[in-house]
Every structure is written in structure tokens, then in C-alpha cells.
Design a binder for this molecule. Sequence first.
Ligand SMILES: Cc1ncc(COP(=O)(O)O)c(C=O)c1O
Length: 453
Amino acid sequence: MKPAYEKPVIRKLQTGVMNKFGRSPAYARKIRSDIDGVAIDDLVEKFGSPLFVYSERVIRQKHRQVHTAFSTRYPNVIFGWSYKTNYLNAICSLMHQQGSIAEVVSEMEYDKARALGVPGEKIIFNGPHKSPAALEKAAREGAMINIDQMDEIYDLEKVSAKLGRPLNIGMRINLDCGIYPQWSRFGFNLESGQALEAAKRIKSGGKLILNGLHCHIGTFIVDASAYGRQVEKMAAFGYEIEKAFSFSIEYLDIGGGFPSRSRLRGIYLPPEVALPSIDEYAEAVTHALAKALRPGDFPKLILESGRALIDEAGWLVTTVLSAKRLPDGTRAYVADAGVNLLFTANWYKFNIELDRETGGINEQSVIYGPLCMNIDVVDEAVLLPPLTRGTRLVISPIGAYNHTQSMQFINVRPASVLIGERGEVDLIREAEDLTDITRREKVPSRFAQPKPK
Ligand SMILES: Cc1ncc(COP(=O)(O)O)c(C=O)c1O
């Protein structure tokens, strides 16, 4: 094929970021022609580009690894799959098959879990807003409801009166364990006495039974010891309210937040070096439990790990649509996926692999998405050899928070596939088309276009 003509530009030659070998780092040219043995070409030919691809093998392996790290150190461990991290039905079903219950933060997510066959008592209902109707449904079905604020106490007292029975509830708290900025907008603050006040109010109402504590200190927490401090404070508070109000705390839900092996923008070291291992997190949590709990007391330890279980099991395959030079000479590419599908591009520097060997000198390049928006940048400085139209970029890890936050903005959403452990490829969500955009729209009749004669 004759290469397309490109007007020459004069630029200072950059062979890559300086390192002691004076060459581009090896990762700049990683080639990936398959995912779990299935050729990228075949995937795109069959399901189109862009394409979300998930690996069942990696999901099961991550789940086993994180679960084992905790369950070998503590006898009473439960995992709640954080739906918002990725709520594709196939992914949730796989997580449930691995033994996770559901952790949801809205009525929509609650209904999604129920529609997948998860019984109410295997759903943890979190979140800053739960409507009275949603609370009533969840209470009737025996869900574990973690209250976020006072209004939910009043609403649940009404539900209790309506059902004519006391209701078990958990309380979300926020606390200082050395992670800043503190996620203090969720739940009741511990250090200010707000959480204790709320427990007192629950007791005096006489309708609710506080039987659990919940606390999620944030996401992508790189300091494992913070979990130790969190758990110690939670256990101590549990005993304090047991003593003060005779509540018996049956579970400590420590939320999620363990990082995936992705590279946060601004962190120089690669994730393998910068991040603690999952065993270090498990050690910090269970060591603190051993110190803080009374001998023989083993409340349920609930984990709502999201990104650590799914992020590395997801790739987005995208295709280079065109190459251009910016006025300053920077090489730029337009790909068929942008921030409409990669919400986390704001925070993470993805691995960007090529589906084929390409010659030429690496240049610092920009990858734009297809949106007619200036902010649609997948990576503004990635070392790439000259790429031809049609080259596929395989972007990872993207399994967490990208599909759930993907937008029907300017383009519809593409298909998602799951590669099974025997190399089978299942379509788990069809590509959308225009009907998905317009299905619920209505045009007042006076604006209707005249029918062509
Ligand atoms: C209440 C709650 N639980 C669990 C999670 C999952 O967090 P992560 O994906 O960081 O593990 C979140 C995410 O912010 C959350 O808000």
C-alpha cells in the first residue's frame, strides 16, 4: 500500500524519555496481538471497534487472590461486589458465582441485583440517597442497609412501624485514618461524636437495631497501614456502642479502595513498585482486628473491593482513524474511542499496546478520541512509532469504572465481550445503535417533519 503523503516538519529528534540507556523504554513498544489467546483482529472483525473486552480467567484469578489473602487470615470474611465499579450483568453474575454478594448504591443497582436473582439478604445497600420507597423494599427483602444520614433513620423508623417489626441496620461512619482529603461527606463522623449521637438516636427511637458498621475510606488507597487504623477505630467504636446502648455489632464492613495495578497520573514509579501487594492490605486489616477485637469475637469482615478485582481484567480495543501533525509539530492520532468510553483517562495513564509490529522512531504523540470536543484526549504524551490508519491500540487496565461511566455522547456505546477460560468469546452487551438514543424521545406533533411525497 502506498503510504499517505504527509508534509514534512522539522522537529528535534526525541528518542524517548531520558534513561541511562538513552533509548525509549521498552513499554513504549509493547505489542499485543491477542487477549487470552483470542486474536484482536478476530475480535474486531466479529464485534467491531471500539470494543470492551473482559477476561473471565483474570476476574476469577483476582477474586481468588484477594479472597484468599483475607480468608486465610480471618475466619469470617464476606465479599460484596461493588456494582458501580462494573455492573455489566455477566460481570456481576461471575462475581456472584465466585461467592460475592452484591453491594449497591442506588435503587437502580438494587433492582439490577434482584433481577440477577440475588436475594435481598445478600445485598448490601449503601449510598448517600435511598428513597423511602427503596428503603422499604430493601427492608422487606432483608437487605443489609447501611444508613448514611439522620433522615434515613427517620425514614426507616417509619418503615419499621409500617412493617410492625424492628429492623436491623448498619451505620456508615467516616473517620480519620490518615487518608486525606477525608471522605467525610458520607456517613456519620466518628471523631466529632456525630456517629455516637446517631447511635443514641437510633436507640432512643426503639425501632431500629444497630448491628453493623460500615466505612469506606476512599479509592486507590496506596497506604496499606491506613486500613489498620480504620479497622481499629471501627472495632473500638463497635464496643463503645455495645457498652453504651447494648447493640451487638455483627459486621464490620470496611468498604473497598485497594488499588489496581494501574498508573495514576503524576506517580512516576510503575504500579508493581509503587503499590503494596494485596497481602500487605490483608495483613494490615487482620492484624488490626486481632489487636482490637476481644478474644473469640469474630464479627463478619465485609469487603467491597471493586477496582482491585476487575480493572486488570478489562481492555478497550480502539482503532487509529487518522494521523496528523499539530502546528507545533507534535504527532497526533484520532482513535475511535475517547473519553466517552474512558472516563478514567483523567486520572490514569493507561498501557497502550499496538496490535502489530511497526517500524520507525518513537515520538511523543497525542491520542485523541473521536469526539468534537477539545477535552477528548486519551493520552497527551505517549511514545509511539509512526502508526498507520487501521492500527489497533489495546488500552488497559480499564475494567473498573469505565463501562459504567461510559456515555452516549456524540457516539453510541460499542459492544462488550467476555473471553471465557477455554477461549470462548461471549457477547455480553451488544453495540448500541440510534434506537438506543432515541427510544424514549418524543417530538411534539407540531414539529414533525412532513412525510416525503
Ligand atoms: C461504598 C463503596 N464501597 C466500595 C467501593 C469500591 O471501591 P474500590 O473500587 O476503590 O475498591 C466504593 C467506591 O468508591 C464505595 O463508594
